[in-house]
Design a protein around this ligand. Structure first.
Ligand SMILES: Nc1ncnc2c1ncn2[C@@H]1O[C@H](COP(=O)(O)OP(=O)(O)O)[C@@H](O)[C@H]1O
Ligand SMILES: [Mg+2]
Length: 396
């Protein structure tokens, strides 16, 4: 039987490369989630890398495995492995996670911060290459069936106080509006319910957005091909507000070139249909199967995270979804059955998805100790909230 130990070494203490406090990372929330459905990560066509780990299939931005020198992998147990960048960035990020998740941490500010980060499970390395360290992190998209994902860089400056003149200029050139806008869309992928496929936007999309187009540019993330997912906008705003409150309460850390990762459920839910094949019931059934299915007599299915989902064949998500779309009284992509209508749903079709949103802070290669508020990040969060509010307002 495969185990994470057989597949790679899990180090629970910071490597000597990490400068500073020498805090042992806490396995907050216990070990990585065990998958009851016997899921395996490698899709039928995906090449196996590093003892069963594969490049992260749903990555929307950042350094890519096989393209850049370092990259992000997906472990068979469903966690994300972020390869340490060359010093000082990689060790700095590792030290940050080690500090926030330290077992003996009693700082309320850091304990609160844990809620806004992926869980951290220590470092990992492949037996073939034991010196190549990875941060083992919770995959924050994991509970979603059709995860819509957006990476937004926050702050008024993308370079840290120790950056060379050349690095500063390079970062400013990349997006001269960073100071004024305070955030930058680095990449996203959005589920289109009509075509049953994802649309992807890379870093060039975000860099093309200016003051006059930032609202429409950002709202694309919440469009499902039929209309605006207002439920996802307002749930995202609530999460961002929590993060803003944390920033307004702390004076010990500053973040440069760090991101917020937004995730919402792209699979539509319906308030008006009570038939068992309604999208919302599909979502519930699918989740139930993922959580409760046994290992045998099931046929593997691969979701968009490249995670194998065990499901009895007749009730596979694909089959049910196809049946739903063929169904006589259901309208394929009909506005009244899907989010994105004009708000006429009375029983909260737009509210149903509230729990299906994540906004987490990621990417901590440029985090530093401080003694004052992080004004640049706070500026970005406030502006982001204003723009999200305008998106909602325009839709109402
Ligand atoms: N914990 C995570 N869960 C899910 N996806 C993640 C996670 N961490 C990173 N990613 C994916 O990888 C991308 C790059 O991650 P990031 O930490 O910003 O790396 P980089 O330092 O290369 O920019 C993100 O945009 C996201 O798509
Ligand atoms: Mg990044």
């Amino acid at each position: 039987m495969e185990s994470s130990l057989a597949l790679g070494r899990l180090e629970l203490t910071p490597s000597p490369a990490a400068v500073g406090v020498g805090l042992a990372p806490r396995l907050s929330g216990g070990p990585p989630p065990k998958d009851k459905s016997g899921q395996r990560p490698v899709g039928p066509q995906a090449p196996a890398h590093l003892n069963g780990c594969v490049p992260l299939s749903h990555q929307v931005a950042g350094h890519k495995y096989g393209v850049d020198k370092v990259g992000i992998l997906q472990h068979p147990d469903g966690t994300v492995l972020k390869q340490l960048q060359p010093p000082p960035r990689g060790p700095r990020e590792m030290q940050f996670y080690s500090m926030v998740y330290a077992e003996n941490c009693s700082d309320p500010c850091l304990l609160e911060l844990q809620n806004h980060l992926p869980k951290y499970y220590g470092t990992w390395s492949s037996p073939d290459s034991p010196n190549d360290l990875y941060l083992k992190l919770e995959d924050v998209t994991r509970r979603f069936v059709k995860p819509c994902i957006m990476d937004v860089k926050l702050g008024q400056r993308s370079y840290d106080p120790f950056a060379s003149q050349e690095k500063r200029e390079q970062q400013i050139r990349k997006y001269p509006l960073m100071e004024e806008i305070g955030f930058l869309v680095l990449g996203m992928r959005v589920y289109n319910v009509c075509s049953d496929s994802f649309e992807s936007y890379d870093q060039h999309y975000g860099r093309g957005l200016v003051k006059g187009t930032i609202k429409d540019g950002l709202s694309k993330f919440f469009h499902n091909g039929v209309g605006l997912r207002k439920d996802a906008v307002s749930a995202s705003m609530q999460r961002v507000q929590h993060i803003l409150r944390w920033f307004e309460s702390q004076r010990q850390l500053v973040f440069y070139a760090s991101s917020l990762l937004f995730v919402y459920e792209g699979l539509p839910s319906s308030s008006s249909s009570s038939a068992s094949s309604s999208p919302s019931s599909l979502l519930r059934e699918e989740k139930g199967m993922r959580e409760g299915a046994g290992q045998d007599e099931q046929v593997a299915e691969y979701n968009n995270n490249n995670i194998r989902v065990a499901a009895p064949w007749d009730y596979s998500l694909a089959t049910m979804y196809a049946n739903h779309r063929k169904g006589g009284h259901h309208h394929h992509c009909a506005q009244e059955h899907l989010h994105g209508n004009d708000g006429e749903e009375e029983d909260g079709g737009n509210r149903e998805g509230d729990g299906e949103v994540e906004v987490r802070m990621i990417d901590f290669a440029h985090v530093f100790q401080s003694e004052s508020l992080d004004h640049g990040y706070i500026y970005g969060l406030r502006h982001l909230l204003t723009v999200l509010e305008q998106i909602l307002h325009d839709a109402s």
